[in-house]
Design a binder for this molecule. Structure first.
Ligand code: ZN
Length: 155
């Protein structure tokens, strides 16, 4: 794992000449250490495995890839962790989801299918803070969805 971190720091260092490159390398390491610890405890997976997986998935520069938008916070109680994307789909099948806009029960967890409402969980305002975040370990990615109906108080 230390070898990978050194390699990434080197990439960051070379992305900018002089002291700025060194700053970038330090910032990247700091970010990685914090994120790896957070993901390791949230996913119950070793830091090394997580870093290796990120590196497999990364297709552009480390500076742009290792950003909060790509490794969102996982330590909240609104995150539900699954092994694979298929597991998420199986879990969601047949469930109803509570739309934050119309309070209706939608069959679709990311786009409300109630009459006169087409609220989208991936839109600008997401789930208005009422949704959950589902995360797949295999893809190391997640998304915002409406909260499943059984986990919200009856309306
Ligand atoms: Zn709705």
């Amino acid at each position: 794992m230390e070898k990978i971190i050194e390699k990434l720091k080197d990439e960051a260092r070379r992305s900018w000449r002089g002291p700025k490159g060194e700053d970038r390398a330090k910032d990247l390491e700091k970010y990685l250490r914090i994120k790896l610890e957070e993901y390791s405890s949230a996913l119950d997976t070793s830091q090394e495995e997580i870093l290796e997986r990120w590196e497999e998935l990364r297709s552009y520069s480390a500076i742009n890839y290792y950003q909060e938008a790509n490794q969102p916070k996982l330590d909240s109680d609104k995150v539900k962790v699954f092994e694979t994307k298929t597991d998420i789909l199986m879990w969601a099948a047949g469930k109803k989801f509570s739309c934050p806009k119309c309070s209706g029960h939608s069959n679709n967890p990311i786009k409300c299918d109630r009459p006169n409402c087409d609220w989208k969980a991936h839109g600008l305002f997401k789930t208005l803070g009422e949704g959950i975040y589902v995360f797949s370990k295999a893809e190391m990615a997640g998304q915002d969805i409406f909260a499943p109906v059984e986990s919200v108080s009856a309306k």
